[in-house]
Design a protein around this ligand. Structure first.
Ligand SMILES: Nc1ncnc2c1ncn2[C@@H]1O[C@H](COP(=O)(O)OP(=O)(O)OP(=O)(O)O)[C@@H](O)[C@H]1O
Ligand SMILES: [Mg+2]
Length: 414
C-alpha cells in the first residue's frame, strides 16, 4: 500500500462538500477509506465507513436517502457483484455515484459495471491516494456536470416569509436528506439568516460580492459559518455602508464557486427587481416563490411565475408556497382559488402561527427545532424532499375562482 509519499507528483483536486458512505467487506479497505478521509483533500467531504458490503447498503437505503457517493467492496465473483448491484439500483437516488472496489481483475465485470452506471471500478489493494484520486475525479474531471443545485427562494411581496422559508427549507434538506447545504443570504443590507441561525460571523457574503478580484474557493470557504454537520451559512453583514445596486453579473462568480463545491445551495433572494436579482432567479436550478393569500401577492406571484416560465421553458416550474394562511379574522384567498388563478399546483401551505414562528425567530432556531413533530416541520421536510427529487410533492387540489380571475384580468386590461 502506498504511504502517500507520491503526493508531490500527483495533482489531486480537493473533494467538494459531499457525503460518501462506504460498505466494506474487509478491514483492509475500511482502513484505506478511513485513512483517506483524514487527508487534507477530503477535509470538506463527510465520510462514513461501515462493514457488511452491498447487503448492508441495500438495507441502509431502503428507507433513507442515498449520499452523493456510495463505495461498495465486493470479494465475490462476477454474478454475485452484479446481482447485488441490481438490488441496490432499486433503492439508489438519481445523482448518487457508485464506486466499486473488487478483488478480481475482470474486464467483463468492468464493462458490465460501467454499463450499469457505476462510475469507477478499483481493484484491491487500493493505495490511499488512488482512492482519493478516484473520488476527486468523480467531480473534478472535465465534462462532469457542476455538483451543486441552486434553489432560489423569493417573496411575492416584502415580508411574506420568504427568508423564513429559505432557512427552514435549507435546514430540512441538510438534516433530513443528509445533503451538504449552504444557505446564502443575498439580502445584503437587511438579511436575517444570521439572526435566524443565531450566528454572528465577522465576515460574510459581501466580502465575496464586493471583492471580485479576491474571489476564489478558499475565500468562500473562509466566509462560511457552520450551523450544523451538513449546513453552512453565507450570512449577510446587514450593514448599510454599501448599496446593493450591483451589476447584473455581480453574483455569478460566487454562485459558480458554490456550485462547484456544495450539493445544495439555497439562495435567500430579497424582494427587489434589480437586474442581478432577476438573473439570479432566472438562472437557478429550482425556484420557490413565497406568497401570502392576498390579492397583491397573487398578482405578483402570477406575474413572476409567467415571466419565469417564459424565460425557462425547459426547466421545472417555480414552486409556489402559500405562507401565513388562516390568520384569524383576516379575509383571504383560498388555496384552491390561488392555485387556479396562477395556473399551477401549490407546492406547500404553511398556516400562520405567531407563537411558533415568533419563538423560533427570537431564539435563533428553526421551526423543527422548536416543534419537531409539528405540521410546519413536516411541510418543510416534504418541500425539501420534493425539490431535491427525493419524493413526489404532495398535490393540492385546485378549484375554480372565476370572479378573482376576471378581477385580475380587468385590472391588467385597465
Ligand atoms: N407562517 C408564519 N406564521 C407566523 N409568522 C410568520 C410565518 N412565516 C413567517 N413569519 C414571520 O414573518 C416575519 C417576516 O418573515 P421573513 O423575514 O422571513 O419575510 P421575508 O419575506 O423574507 O421579508 P423581507 O421582504 O423583509 O425579506 C418574521 O417575523 C417571521 O417570523
Ligand atoms: Mg427576507
Amino acid at each position: 500500500m502506498s504511504d502517500g509519499t507520491d503526493s508531490q507528483e500527483r495533482l489531486i483536486a480537493p473533494l467538494p462538500r459531499i457525503t460518501i458512505q462506504a460498505f466494506c467487506e474487509t478491514g483492509g479497505i475500511a482502513d484505506v477509506i478511513g485513512a483517506a478521509s483524514g487527508d487534507r483533500r477530503m477535509q470538506k467531504a463527510h465520510v462514513k465507513v461501515q462493514m457488511g458490503g452491498a447487503p448492508a447498503a441495500v438495507e441502509a437505503y431502503r428507507h433513507s436517502p442515498t449520499p452523493n457517493v456510495i463505495v461498495l467492496e465486493f470479494q465475490g465473483d462476477r454474478s454475485g457483484v452484479l446481482g447485488s448491484l441490481d438490488q441496490l439500483s432499486s433503492v439508489c437516488d438519481a445523482g448518487t455515484k457508485v464506486v466499486v472496489i473488487g478483488h478480481v481483475n475482470d474486464v467483463i465485470l468492468y464493462r458490465e459495471l460501467i454499463r450499469r452506471g457505476v462510475s469507477e471500478y478499483l481493484i484491491a489493494p487500493v493505495p490511499v491516494l488512488d482512492f482519493i484520486q478516484a473520488a476527486s475525479d468523480l467531480f473534478g474531471s472535465p465534462g462532469t456536470e457542476p455538483l451543486g443545485r441552486t434553489i432560489a427562494v423569493a417573496g411575492a411581496k416584502g415580508g411574506v416569509g420568504s427568508s423564513t422559508v429559505a432557512h427552514n427549507l435549507g435546514w430540512a434538506i441538510a438534516k433530513n436528506l443528509s445533503s451538504q447545504t449552504v444557505i446564502a443570504d443575498l439580502d445584503i443590507a437587511f438579511g436575517t439568516a444570521g439572526l435566524d441561525f443565531n450566528q454572528d460571523p465577522p465576515q460574510g457574503i459581501s466580502e465575496a460580492i464586493f471583492a471580485p478580484d479576491r474571489l476564489d474557493a478558499n475565500l468562500v470557504d473562509r466566509l462560511l459559518s457552520k450551523c450544523s454537520d451538513n449546513l453552512s451559512l453565507l450570512a449577510a453583514p446587514a450593514m448599510l455602508d454599501r448599496t446593493t445596486d450591483l451589476t447584473e453579473t455581480a453574483v455569478d462568480g460566487l454562485i459558480d464557486i458554490l456550485r462547484a463545491s456544495t450539493p445544495t445551495i439555497v439562495l435567500d433572494v430579497p424582494h427587489t427587481w434589480t437586474a442581478w436579482a432577476k438573473r439570479l432567479l432566472t438562472s437557478s436550478d429550482e425556484i420557490v416563490l413565497v406568497a401570502t393569500p392576498d390579492l397583491a401577492s397573487l398578482r405578483n406571484v402570477k406575474n413572476l411565475f409567467d415571466l419565469l416560465r417564459q424565460a425557462r421553458p425547459n426547466d421545472s416550474k417555480p414552486r409556489v408556497v402559500l405562507n401565513q394562511t388562516g390568520l384569524p379574522k383576516r379575509p383571504e384567498i383560498a388555496v384552491a382559488e390561488f392555485a387556479k388563478a396562477i395556473g399551477t399546483d401549490i407546492a406547500a401551505v404553511l398556516p400562520f402561527d405567531a407563537a411558533l414562528f415568533g419563538t423560533a425567530a427570537n431564539n435563533g432556531q428553526m421551526i423543527a427545532e422548536v416543534q419537531p413533530s409539528g405540521k410546519h416541520a413536516e411541510v418543510f421536510g416534504q418541500l425539501g424532499a420534493a425539490i431535491t427529487g427525493r419524493s413526489e410533492p404532495r398535490r393540492l387540489r385546485s378549484g375554480i375562482l372565476d370572479p378573482l380571475l376576471s378581477k385580475l384580468a380587468r385590472r391588467k386590461a385597465s
